[in-house]
Design a protein around this ligand. Structure first.
Ligand SMILES: [Zn+2]
Ligand SMILES: [Zn+2]
Length: 311
């Protein structure tokens, strides 16, 4: 069974979560759910589920080939087996997710998850339709080579995604000592932000420790309210347009540039351009910091005024 097949068991809990969040949203007048975006999220989730029934998965074939040539015969009954699978999966999930942001070919699928400009539990299940073209799941292959069976990897991955569903909300604030250790709604809001300082941060699934280890952890700041969505949004609530938006951008770029730039346009960072004037995360962050440096004095004065007002 696929990861998304296992997620179907979680559907009743998920439906209750959405109902409660929707009710609170109405009661407090928060407008956490807009009609067009919610319909788009539901259709994208259903479309993704239907596509996953197609029995064509090159990644699956490679996972099984790696497992057939496994390096270790791991004891499935050992006390450390499940913790080792959990930690191993979390490590490779971090890289799967980070590369899904840093390699445009993978981003073309993953950007669908980031296309929504509001945050709610329903957005958690906005998964891309083209995972079998992007094949970012290849990143997990070393786990099979180490001796973890593909079925166990898929089940652990399903638990990982189930955990992440409650992170997609504006209703839960910071969680004190848990911040920076496990993934929280606050950390995941940062992950979904398009603000320069927050871009491409907090990639972990259940844990934040690999983000801290590899320098991609950023806590949510009160002075930088999160803006959700993509740097270049599709501007559409049509699910098919959303699902193929970045693939369309890729095709346009390939048409406009010479073949020698194609490898970088396909596998370089999203936003890369041959003239060096692209809007990659690194470039946007640098521009933002330069701008902030120039206005540094004003910013400190404003911060001073704010702390005076607070005291
Ligand atoms: Zn992401
Ligand atoms: Zn998310």
């Amino acid at each position: 069974m696929s990861v998304h097949g296992y997620l179907m068991f979680f559907l009743p809990v998920f439906a209750v979560m959405i109902a409660v969040e929707f009710w609170i949203s109405r009661k407090r007048g928060l407008r956490l759910y807009t009609k067009d975006q919610s319909i788009a999220s539901v259709v994208i989730a259903i479309g993704q589920r239907l596509i996953s029934f197609v029995p064509l998965s090159l990644v699956g074939v490679l996972w099984y080939a790696a497992y057939d040539n496994k390096l270790f015969d791991l004891s499935k009954d050992a006390w450390w087996y499940i913790p080792a699978l959990f930690l191993g999966l979390e490590f490779f999930y971090y890289w799967f997710h980070r590369l899904s942001h840093e390699v445009r070919w993978f981003w073309a699928t993953h950007s669908v998850h980031h296309s929504i400009e509001e945050m709610n539990f329903l957005a958690a299940y906005r998964f891309g339709w083209t995972g079998r073209i992007s094949m970012a799941s290849l990143v997990y292959t070393p786990l099979c080579l180490l001796g973890f069976p593909p079925t166990h990897i898929v089940i652990m991955l399903a638990f990982n995604l189930m955990y992440q569903s409650w992170l997609h909300t504006n209703l839960i604030g910071k969680l004190g000592p848990l911040e920076g250790i496990v993934n929280t709604p606050s950390a995941h809001r940062v992950h979904h932000a398009k603000n320069a300082d927050y871009l491409d941060r907090n990639h972990g699934g259940v844990l934040m420790i690999f983000d801290r280890m590899f320098g991609t952890y950023v806590p949510e700041r009160e002075d930088i309210p999160v803006e959700y969505g993509l740097i270049k949004p599709s501007g559409s609530t049509n699910p098919v347009r959303i699902a193929f938006h970045e693939w369309g951008n890729i095709i346009n770029d390939l048409k406009q540039h010479s073949v020698r730039h194609w490898p970088a346009l396909l596998f370089g960072p999203p936003g890369w351009a041959p003239n060096g004037e692209g809007s990659t995360s690194a470039a946007l962050r640098a521009q933002y910091r330069e701008g902030r440096g120039a206005g540094g004095a004003n910013e400190s004065a404003a911060l001073g005024a704010r702390s005076t007002a607070a005291s």
